[in-house]
Design a protein around this ligand. Structure first.
Ligand code: PSU
Ligand code: MN
Length: 305
C-alpha cells in the first residue's frame, strides 16, 4: 500500500501506475453491492478488472472498507463487497459518515469520481449513470452523480441512462451544468439496455482516439467538470426498447406500490427488472459493462500516449 496519499489507501499497483503516468481506470462498487445479485456481481467485478488489464490499463476499483477509502481492491475485498450484508450505498454526502463510523460502503458514480479525483485518475468506467428520476418535478430526486459531473474533471464511460430515469431531463440538466455528452459510434443517445432512446447524440465521436482528443481538449481548456462518454450496448446484447420499456413500467409501478423512495429506488428497480426479465437484464448489464471496460482502457491508454 502506498502512503503518498494522506486521505485514501492506494494499492502499490495503482500508485506505481499513477506515479509513472501509466493508464489507470477507476471502477465503482455500488454496481457490485447494490446493482447486481451475488455471485454474478463478484464475477463481473473480477472479469472487468481483467478486461481493463488486457487492454493495457490498471484497474482501480473504489470502495470504503472498514471506514477507509480504498483505491484498488483485492479479490477478497470484491467478495466482501458482493456478499456482505452490511455494505451501505455511499454517495458523496455519505462519505464522512461511513469513514467516521468505520463501516463498509460501496461508492456510487459520484463518490467514486470524488475519491478517484483525489489521486489524479482521469478515466472511470461504469454501467449506468444516475440522473433525473421520472417524476422529479414532484420528488426532486436528481442523482448526485450529475452534481459531481459538474465539478470533477473525469471522463465517465457508461452505457447511457436507463429509462427508469427521465432521459430527456437528464440530458437537459447535463447541458445546463456544462457537461459534454459524447456518444461513441452512434447518432442516438443510448438507454443502457437499448442502443436507442429517442434522443439525439449531443456529440458523436468514433473510437477511443476521438474520445481521448475531446478529453484532452477539455483538460487543456481548464474546464473543471467531467465528461459523459456514452457507449451503446453491443447490438448482439441489446434488449429492444419497447420490450424493456414495458418491464421498466411494471417495476416503477411495483416501486410506487411499496412506497420506496430516495436512495433505495435505483437498487430496487435494478433488482426488480432482473426478476421480471428472468435474468435477461442482468446478462445485458454484464455485457455492456464488459464493452465499457474495454473502451475505457483504450481511452486511458490513448490519453497517456
Ligand atoms: N445504474 C445502474 N446500475 C447501478 C447504478 C445506476 O444501471 O449500479 C448505481 C450507480 O452507482 C449510480 C447510482 O451512481 O446507482 C445512482 O444512485 P442514485 O440515483 O441514488 O444517485
Ligand atoms: Mn436519488
Amino acid at each position: 500500500m502506498s502512503d503518498s496519499y494522506p486521505t485514501v489507501i492506494v494499492t502499490d499497483e495503482v500508485a506505481d501506475a499513477l506515479a509513472d503516468r501509466r493508464p489507470v481506470v477507476a471502477l465503482e462498487s455500488t454496481i457490485i453491492s447494490h446493482g447486481m445479485p451475488y455471485p454474478d456481481n463478484v464475477a463481473m467485478a473480477t472479469e472487468v478488472e481483467g478486461i481493463v488489464r488486457a487492454h493495457g490499463a490498471v484497474p482501480a476499483t473504489i470502495a470504503v472498507l472498514g471506514g477507509k477509502p480504498r483505491i484498488g481492491l483485492s479479490p477478497e475485498d470484491l467478495e466482501l463487497l458482493g456478499s456482505h450484508a452490511d455494505v451501505a450505498k455511499v454517495s458523496v454526502r455519505d462519505l464522512p459518515y461511513v469513514v467516521a463510523r468505520g463501516t463498509h460502503g460501496a461508492t456510487t458514480v459520484a463518490a467514486t469520481m470524488r475519491l478517484a479525483a483525489m489521486v489524479g485518475i482521469k478515466v472511470f468506467v461504469t454501467g449506468g449513470l444516475g440522473g433525473v428520476h421520472r417524476g422529479a418535478q414532484q420528488s426532486f430526486d436528481v442523482s448526485a452523480d450529475l452534481n459531481e459531473l459538474a465539478r470533477t474533471p473525469m471522463a465517465v464511460i457508461c452505457a447511457g441512462v436507463k429509462s427508469i430515469l427521465d432521459i430527456g431531463l437528464t440530458l437537459e440538466t447535463l447541458e445546463t451544468l456544462g457537461v459534454p455528452v459524447l456518444v461513441d459510434g452512434s447518432d442516438e443517445f443510448p438507454s443502457f439496455y437499448s442502443r436507442s432512446s429517442g434522443f439525439h447524440a449531443p456529440m458523436r465521436v468514433d473510437g477511443p482516439e476521438e474520445v481521448a482528443a475531446v478529453v484532452r481538449a477539455h483538460m487543456v481548456l481548464g474546464l473543471t467538470g467531467g465528461l459523459v462518454v456514452a457507449h451503446p450496448i453491443p447490438v448482439e446484447d441489446e434488449i429492444p426498447a419497447d420490450e424493456i420499456g414495458a418491464v421498466i413500467g411494471q417495476a416503477l409501478a411495483d416501486m410506487d406500490e411499496r412506497g420506496i423512495t430516495g436512495k433505495d429506488t435505483t437498487p430496487y428497480l435494478l433488482g426488480r427488472i432482473v426478476e421480471l426479465t428472468d435474468g435477461a437484464s442482468l446478462t445485458a448489464n454484464i455485457a455492456l459493462v464488459r464493452a465499457n471496460a474495454r473502451l475505457g482502457a483504450e481511452v486511458a491508454v490513448s490519453l497517456v500516449s
